[in-house]
Design a protein around this ligand. Structure first.
Ligand code: FFO
Ligand code: ATP
Length: 205
């Protein structure tokens, strides 16, 4: 049992999460264009290595929005390899749908994030992927993932009976010592940053 669950009042955890989101948003906003393109190249190289090592044929990934590590080069590589990539669409009830990449030019969706075009698959389609590569605001060294506060990925992950390995993709500065964890926060398998891939120790007992 993680003592951070239950030991801290909900409102204090919610405030702490908001503080981290604000700090990460500010830190991402200060990145220079050259910093961004270096991070993008490094992230994609690590994503390629991870997918190759897992021999994954179908993965989820994302279309980057402001400040996120941009996996575009990875997406191009995956297309060339014939690897299927599911990209997220945000629905009004804060659940995700998925669309197979490569069916047309992305369009701005809810929240101004680019979204793929094509037939929509249910949130549970993520369960058919070999590997889930997901965006995040921050991740801690125990695998706790913090998102942007609407619970899209929390709901999606909770809906899967069989969860493929989940890797959150963030900048090195967003991998922090400890984050507040709520009972609904499902820990990730690992994290991908421009510095490399880190797999967290599996919980025992
Ligand atoms: N590239 C990318 N696509 C993604 C995500 C992501 O993090 N990155 N998502 C990951 O979930 C989903 C979209 N999630 C979003 C979650 C919150 C906000 C947002 O505007 N949040 C407000 C605070 C909202 C609140 O707390 O009420 C904010 O940040 O100011 C936007 C998108 C699906 N697609
Ligand atoms: N499995 C779930 N079912 C229903 N509601 C959920 C679930 N998981 C999270 N929520 C709700 O979603 C809201 C946002 O949760 P939280 O702050 O942990 O999101 P986040 O991790 O930042 O978001 P995201 O998953 O979009 O990246 C909270 O109100 C929470 O209660």
């Amino acid at each position: 049992m993680d003592s951070s669950v239950g030991a801290t009042p909900v409102s204090a955890r919610a405030r702490a999460k908001r503080r981290v989101r604000a700090a990460v948003r500010a830190s991402r906003a200060t990145r220079s264009p050259s910093d961004r393109s270096t991070a993008a190249a490094e992230i994609s190289a690590h994503l390629i290595a991870l997918v190759e090592a897992a021999q994954a044929r179908r993965v989820t990934c994302y279309l980057a929005t402001a400040g996120e590590p941009d996996p575009e080069l990875f997406l191009q590589w995956a297309t060339e390899q014939g690897i299927e990539v599911l990209l997220p669409v945000s629905l009004p009830d804060h659940t995700l749908a998925w669309v197979l990449a490569g069916q047309g030019d992305p369009v701005p969706g809810r929240h101004g994030i680019r979204e793929p075009v094509g037939p929509r698959l249910l949130a549970t389609a993520a369960g058919s992927a070999d590997l889930l590569l997901i965006p995040a605001c921050a991740v801690d060294r125990a695998g706790t993932r913090l998102g942007w506060g609407l619970g899209y990925y929390d709901r999606c992950l909770a809906a899967l009976d069989q969860r493929p390995p989940v890797y959150a993709v963030v900048h090195d500065a967003d991998l922090v010592a400890a984050l507040p964890r709520d009972a609904h926060d499902i820990p990730v398998t690992g994290v991908v940053t421009p510095a490399g891939v880190r797999r967290f120790a599996a919980k025992t007992g």
